[in-house]
Design a protein around this ligand. Structure first.
Ligand code: CA
Length: 333
């Protein structure tokens, strides 16, 4: 068997299938138990295949909520091609509300291409890489800031070496219709779903949609609008918004580059971070993006944390407590 994942999904069958991926998981509370990961497949005739995934990190909620709304409203006759939805891909982490899996402590987005005989998280990665990706032309993987970060809602792509793949991905980024579009130079893409999808030639997009441990309503709207726009862009479906209100841009509005480590600001010491700039604020190189207070030493002045480039604040830390090395701000240029 190519994979340890058991599934009754037939990817070649027309119609809609709601099911689960089953991964054997023997544990104290469940002798012959499985981990169940929800999957929905819609197929109608021939056409492109898109994978819509979310919950790679279990504390990122906006994409999974938008995908759960999509699968309840979509019908096979509305599409031409195939839509594979994995809304909570690292389901054990999703159920625990944690970034990493509580089963094996792993980050699914550092576990690709995975291993057939690895831990649960590696088995999930291996299934996506070996079984799902070969069907796909387009992969759209929804991320958010999770517990620790808060982002201006954005669609995200990487700088790619292949000019054709880069151009087609950039067209899709613009068609997504988010408030922001980020072109990210990935310093270390090894082990990510992103890198695995790009390496196998897919058009790959990700997102960052608010976060801070919430289900942010604007983040959900941007995700829903992006799904409609991307399905239209690839001529898979022409869906209408359920209501007139909400975010419904047809093009991504502001483009930012995040080319290097200079775009990130990190905490120096442990304490309470007071980030007093709002998302979207202009930041000048050398200007403070906030400060760390030391409540254990009241005579000590706060440590100002300073931007290393000039641009726009696109992401900031959500919780107050910081440890050395925590990301507190990202500046897009
Ligand atoms: Ca993430």
């Amino acid at each position: 068997m190519m994979t340890k994942v058991q599934s009754d999904i037939d990817f070649e069958k027309d119609g809609q299938q709601f099911s689960f991926l089953k991964i054997p998981h023997s544990r104290n509370s469940s002798a012959w138990g499985n981990q169940l990961i929800p999957i929905v497949v819609f197929k109608n005739g021939t056409g492109p295949t898109i994978l819509l995934s979310g919950g790679v990190h279990g504390d990122e909620y906006e994409g999974p909520v938008a995908l759960s709304k999509l699968v309840r409203g979509l019908r096979p006759e509305m599409i031409q091609g195939r839509v594979i939805v994995l809304p909570a891909l690292n389901f054990p982490a999703h159920a625990a509300g944690t970034r990493l899996s509580p089963v094996d402590g792993r980050d699914l987005n550092r576990s690709f291409p995975g291993r057939r005989d690895g831990g649960i998280t590696e088995i999930i990665a291996h299934y996506v890489d070996q079984v799902v990706f070969p069907f796909c032309d387009v992969v759209l993987d929804f991320h958010s800031g999770g517990y620790s970060l808060d982002f201006l809602p954005a669609v995200v792509m990487h700088e790619l070496e292949n000019a054709g793949q880069m151009g087609a991905t950039r067209d899709a980024l613009l068609a997504f219709g988010a408030p922001c579009g980020h072109v990210l130079f990935e310093v270390d893409g090894g082990g990510t779903l992103d890198f695995a999808a790009e390496q196998s030639g897919k058009i790959f997009l990700s997102t960052e949609l608010r976060g801070g441990g919430r289900v942010d309503p604007l983040g959900v709207e941007v995700a829903e609008n992006g799904i409609r726009n991307i399905l239209r862009h690839f001529q898979i479906a022409d869906l209408q918004a359920e209501s007139e209100g909400g975010w419904n841009a047809k093009r991504t509005e502001r483009l930012f580059r995040i080319p290097s480590a200079l775009n990130f600001v990190h905490a120096g010491e442990a304490g309470l971070f007071e980030g007093d700039l709002v998302l979207g604020a202009s930041v000048a190189e050398g200007r403070s993006v906030g400060r760390t207070h030391f409540l254990g030493n009241l005579q000590r002045a706060p440590e100002e944390l300073v931007a290393k480039c000039t641009g726009t604040l696109i992401c900031k830390r959500a919780p107050g407590r910081v440890e050395p090395g925590d990301c507190v701000a990202v500046i897009g240029i």
